[in-house]
Design a protein around this ligand. Structure first.
Ligand SMILES: CC(C)(COP(=O)(O)OP(=O)(O)OC[C@H]1O[C@@H](n2cnc3c(N)ncnc32)[C@H](O)[C@@H]1OP(=O)(O)O)[C@@H](O)C(=O)NCCC(=O)NCCS
Length: 219
């Protein structure tokens, strides 16, 4: 069994940790959380900050999973893990239903009760949260987060770093732009532009994000 470290010790990490335990594919060596007050997270030891990654690698930890909900930070932490020679693991709950023709990239997290249907693609570091439905032919790009209970109909595209809050619905074939935020409970019936913050049913753009780092925008 390969040994794995979680990067990030917040609430999202708890759910990923229990997802990993349910799947049973890795031995969890511990959790990295700089300056953490707690010594453990649900019984997994807190090992320090990212600076301990190279030492963990020499101690036989081969895999990392990034357990922060912030889509931009998740990418940066993944790059640090890879620079330290660790591979990105997936965490897929045994009670998620994933089509044999769906494709899931490294670093993907799929929580309990999620459904991913035929020929959907899920990009690196994407999160498909509890009970979300990603129907046939959807395309989730890198570091997307599809929140709990979302329902994405067939062929929906979600761009780099976009975040869909809890219970977002999207009709077939619509697109959500890069780094967009769609508020909880929204109904996406038209394309949402890059960097938009949109909510409501039907979803309307309320403002444009200006908090995205230039490195993230450059890609
Ligand atoms: C959309 C969202 C990002 C907006 O956050 P924000 O920019 O801080 O907005 P505010 O809280 O200042 O609200 C601004 C207005 O939008 C309304 N609003 C906020 N979110 C809304 C939503 N999801 N649907 C409808 N209206 C919403 C507020 O009621 C407020 O209206 P008012 O001006 O008439 O009082 C946030 O409310 C949201 O829905 N986040 C999703 C969180 C989530 O689901 N997380 C899952 C974690 S796993």
């Amino acid at each position: 069994v390969s040994r794995l470290v979680l990067m990030g010790g917040g609430p999202h990490a708890k759910v990923v940790l229990e997802t990993l335990r349910a799947a049973g594919l890795y031995e969890v060596a511990g959790v990295l959380e700089p300056g953490a007050a707690a010594r453990s997270l649900l019984g997994a030891p807190v090992l320090g900050g990212d600076d301990v990654l190279p030492r963990l690698r020499t101690e036989g930890v081969t895999h990392a999973i990034v357990t922060v909900g912030d889509n931009s930070l998740r990418r940066r932490l993944a790059a640090r893990a890879q620079a330290a020679g660790l591979e990105l693991a997936q965490a897929i709950h045994p009670r998620a239903a994933i089509s044999p023709t769906a494709r899931l990239a490294p670093g993907v997290v799929v929580m309990a009760g999620a459904v991913i249907n035929a020929e959907a693609t899920v990009g690196p570091l994407a999160i498909v949260n509890t009970g979300a439905v990603v129907d046939h032919d959807c395309r989730l790009d890198e570091a997307v987060h599809v929140g709990p209970g979302c329902a994405l109909a067939g062929g929906v595209r979600v761009g780099l770093g976009a975040f869909l809050g809890a219970g977002v619905s999207a009709i077939p074939q619509v697109g959500v732009g890069r780094w967009a935020i769609v508020g909880a409970g929204a109904a996406v019936v038209r394309d949402i532009p890059d960097l938009a913050v949109a909510y409501g049913a039907p979803a309307r753009v309320a403002r444009t994000r200006n908090d995205i780092r230039s490195e993230d925008l450059a890609e």
